[in-house]
Design a protein around this ligand. Structure first.
Ligand code: ATP
Ligand code: MG
Length: 330
C-alpha cells in the first residue's frame, strides 16, 4: 500500500430517486431517503435523509425540502451535492477523521441516462473529494446484488422497479444485451394513488400518506390469495376544507395502479421480444428477477408470472439489493 492509498477510501453509492445507499467495505453504512432540507436564507443543508423526510409537507417559507433526483437522474444539482456531502460526512469510517480521505467512488446510474445526465452524476461525485469516479449501470448493479452470476454465458433478465425508473435488462457475459428504461416506477404508483383518492373521495392527501397506502395495501392484482384489511386514510376534504377520514381497500388501490403496471408489463414483453433466441432459451429456464422497492408491491411477481408464463423471483431484500456490486466493478 502506497502512502497515498492510506488516505483513499473506496465507497459505492446507489444514488436512487427514493433512497440512497452507501456501501463501504461491503457493508451498507448509509441507507436513507434521498431528501434534503435546505435553509433558503443561507443555502445550507439543515437535514438530510429520514430527518428531512419528516419535515416534508410541513415546512415554513425559510425551509425547502427537496428530492434532488427525479426519474432516476439528478434534477437539482445543488441540492444533490449537499445531500451526497452530508451522507458522506455521516459514514462512521470517515466521520471525525483529522485528514479527510480522498475517495474512489463507484456510483450507479440508470441505463437510459444521457451524456449530460452522466456528467452531472460525475460532477456531483467529484465535488465531494473523489479522485476517481466509476459509473455502473443500475440493472447490472441490481443483478449482481440479486446474486446472479453476471459473467456467465447464461442470459438473465432483471427488472428493477425503483422510485423513479423501471430498468429492464437482459444480462450475459458481464454486459447488458438488451434493455429498456421506463420513467415509471414507485413515484408514479404513489401519484396514481393520490389522484385516485382525490377523484373518488374528494380527499387531498400528501405524498407520504399516498406512499403509506401503497406500502400497506398496494396491489397489482384485483384478487390476492391472502387477506389485506382495509385501512383508514386521513386528508383534507376538497369541498369543505376540513380534515376527513375514509376507509380504503386493496381492490381500490389495484384499480388506481392497474394502468401503470400494465405499462411495466408491456415493457417486459417488449424486452423479451427483442431478446436474441439463445438468450430467450436461457431466460425460459432462469426466469425473471425482480428488484427495487417496487418489487415488494403485493401480487406483482404473480402478475408478471401470469403475463409472461416465466418463473419470477423477488430479490431477497429488494430495497437494499446492491450491497455486493461494488466489488465487481474494479
Ligand atoms: N412494500 C412496498 N410496496 C410497494 N412499493 C414499495 C414498498 N416499499 C417501498 N416501495 C417503493 O419502492 C420505491 C423505492 O425503491 P428503491 O429504493 O429501489 O428506489 P430507488 O433506487 O431510490 O429509485 P431509482 O432506482 O428509480 O432511482 C419507492 O417508490 C417506495 O415507495
Ligand atoms: Mg434504484
Amino acid at each position: 500500500m502506497g502512502i497515498f492509498d492510506m488516505f483513499t477510501q473506496e465507497i459505492a453509492i446507489d444514488l436512487g430517486t427514493a433512497n440512497t445507499l452507501i456501501i463501504h467495505n461491503n457493508k451498507i453504512v448509509i441507507d436513507e431517503p434521498s431528501i434534503v432540507a435546505i435553509d433558503r436564507l443561507t443555502g445550507k443543508a439543515i437535514a438530510v435523509g429520514t430527518q428531512a423526510k419528516l419535515m416534508q409537507g410541513k415546512t415554513h417559507e425559510n425551509i425547502k425540502v427537496v428530492r434532488p433526483l427525479k426519474d432516476g437522474v439528478i434534477a437539482d444539482f445543488h441540492a444533490s451535492e449537499h445531500m451526497i456531502k452530508e451522507f458522506i460526512k455521516q459514514i462512521p469510517q470517515i466521520r471525525g477523521k483529522f485528514i479527510q480521505p480522498t475517495l474512489r467512488i463507484v456510483i450507479c446510474i440508470p441505463s437510459g441516462i444521457t451524456e449530460v445526465e452522466k456528467r452531472a452524476v460525475r460532477d456531483s461525485a467529484q465535488k465531494v473529494n473523489a479522485k476517481e469516479v466509476i459509473l455502473i449501470y443500475e440493472p447490472m448493479a441490481a443483478a449482481i446484488g440479486a446474486g446472479i452470476d453476471v459473467e456467465s454465458p447464461e442470459g438473465n433478465m432483471i427488472v428493477d422497479i425503483g422510485g423513479g425508473t423501471t430498468e429492464i435488462a437482459v444480462i450475459a457475459l458481464g454486459g447488458i444485451v438488451v434493455d429498456r428504461s421506463l420513467k415509471l416506477a414507485g413515484d408514479v404508483f404513489t401519484n396514481d394513488i393520490s389522484y385516485f383518492i382525490r377523484s373518488n373521495y374528494n380527499l387531498d392527501i400528501g405524498e407520504r400518506t399516498a406512499e403509506r397506502i401503497k406500502i400497506e395495501i398496494g396491489s397489482a392484482l384485483e384478487e390476492l390469495d391472502f387477506t389485506l384489511d382495509d385501512i383508514s386514510v386521513q386528508g383534507k376534504d376538497l369541498l369543505t376544507g376540513k380534515p376527513k377520514e375514509i376507509m380504503v381497500s386493496y381492490k381500490e388501490i389495484f384499480k388506481a395502479l392497474d394502468k401503470s403496471i400494465m405499462r411495466i408489463e408491456d415493457a417486459v414483453m417488449e424486452t423479451l421480444s427483442i431478446t436474441p433466441p439463445e438468450l430467450a432459451t436461457d431466460i425460459y429456464k432462469t426466469g425473471i428477477f425482480l428488484a427495487g422497492g417496487g418489487a415488494l408491491l403485493n401480487g406483482l411477481a404473480d402478475r408478471i408470472h401470469r403475463k409472461t408464463g416465466l418463473p419470477v423471483f423477488v430479490a431477497e431484500d429488494p430495497l437494499r439489493n446492491c450491497c455486493s456490486w461494488d466489488r465487481h466493478c474494479s
